[in-house]
Design a protein around this ligand. Structure first.
Ligand SMILES: *Cc1c(COP(=O)(O)O)cnc(C)c1O
Length: 383
């Protein structure tokens, strides 16, 4: 029995990861080398035939590169759910374009495509769905919406590994690009890292070039026979977004564990659902029969009008760490003031924000820790 406070999230990293990183360091490849190539190969294989996978040093970098490669320019508009982390919207600004914030579905907290419909203008070029908590946005609805408005689709899949809906794995390539995060507390981790996946060879090539200073490998390879080995071609002002080999080595151990870690989180979610079913709390949306929910987050909702912050303080006093996902972007000073946004423009997100709290639900939690969370929540509800 351990009475130390339970943190909201911890990475699930073991001795195999430590060994893989140590081996990578001892190999002498400290930057991008064979482990990066291997990780990308492993990841592409998992996504399916014909998918390109390009690793990066964060999902934020990957979202930036993916959006750049779709041709987003200053003055363009990109539809982004207000219910997300600021990274999804900030990369639109990196390119001088405008994120147009969209309200969310009250059940899933995913982008509301009907609300998005009303925000489409002649300048709208792309949509960035976020598969919140690991529950995918309907791929057929997304395809239909993007098709009708001729929009590019860059999926923020930071929560969605592994996840599927309507029989389609997130990352299997229905959109222009899908971006995963390997941040410390995401579904798999490389410490910091991310992956861009796409079925477009052209988009993949642009992402690859811009990931590393705008140096064209193609141009380099084409002339390699006639040029000395130190020679290369810079074809654009690119970025420094490459993943390192020690990080990729950790990813190569984590990736085969992704499904098992997801299944453990799903088991924790089921245990919570059963324990909280009789309480005055709204449980997270489960998804349909044909949905694979990644269960990156377990988000409870308190009855309207109750003080969520007091709930968080009470759980902390009972030794349980919690969090809030997300503070909607339209309430953040930069995004609010930039577009003159008011809470009433986002009735669902503004209301739900007051009620949400995320419970610990990471794969390395023990059954005893899960029970501690249940006891604390029940205690708070007077049970
Ligand atoms: C974590 C997160 C990101 C950013 O991922 P990084 O790898 O830290 O850059 C982007 N979008 C969402 C929804 C996230 O939760």
């Amino acid at each position: 029995m351990n009475d130390a406070p339970l943190p909201f999230a911890l990475p699930d990293v073991g001795e195999d990861e430590v060994q893989a990183v140590a081996t990578a360091i001892r190999s002498g490849w400290l930057s991008s080398g064979p482990e990066v190539k291997g990780f990308e190969g492993d990841f592409a294989q998992l996504c399916g035939e014909g998918v390109h996978a390009i690793s990066v040093n964060s999902a934020t970098a990957g979202l930036h590169l993916a959006l750049e490669a779709t041709g987003i320019r200053p003055g363009d508009e990109v539809l982004v759910p207000t219910w997300t982390f600021t990274a999804t919207a900030e990369v639109v600004r990196y390119l001088g374009a405008e994120p147009i914030l969209v309200d969310v579905d009250p059940q899933t907290l995913n982008i509301d495509l009907e609300a998005a419909e009303a925000l489409v203008t002649p300048r709208t070029r792309a949509i960035m769905p976020v598969h919140f908590a690991g529950l995918p946005v309907s791929p057929s609805a997304l395809r239909d919406f993007a098709g009708r408005h001729a929009l590019k689709v860059v999926e923020d899949a930071a929560h969605a590994l592994p996840a599927a809906a309507e029989g389609e794995l997130v990352g299997s390539g229905v959109s222009d690009a899908t971006v995963f995060s390997f941040y410390a507390t995401k579904t798999i981790t490389t410490g910091e890292g991310g992956m861009v996946v796409t079925r477009s060879a052209e988009l993949a090539e642009r992402v690859r070039i811009m990931r590393l200073h705008g140096i064209s490998r193609d141009a380099f390879d084409r002339y390699r026979s006639t040029k000395p080995s130190w020679q290369y071609d810079v074809v654009a002002p690119g970025y420094k977004y490459n993943l390192t080999d020690p990080a990729a080595a950790m990813g190569r151990v984590q990736l085969p564990r992704a499904r098992q870690m997801r299944d453990r989180r799903a088991e924790i979610a089921r245990t919570y659902d059963e324990a909280f079913g009789g309480l005055d709390l709204q449980l997270p949306a489960p998804g349909d029969e044909d949905t694979l929910h990644a269960w990156h987050l377990y988000v409870l909702r308190l009855p309207a009008g109750q003080d969520r912050n007091l709930f968080i303080e009470d759980l902390a006093a009972r030794g349980i760490g919690t969090s809030v996902h997300f503070i909607p972007l339209h309430l953040q000073p930069y995004w609010r003031d930039r577009a003159g946004l008011r809470p009433e423009q986002y009735p669902v997100a503004s209301g739900e924000f007051e009620r949400v709290v995320s419970l610990p639900a990471f794969s390395s939690m023990t059954d005893e820790q899960v029970e501690r969370v249940i006891t604390a929540v029940k205690g708070n509800r007077g049970q």
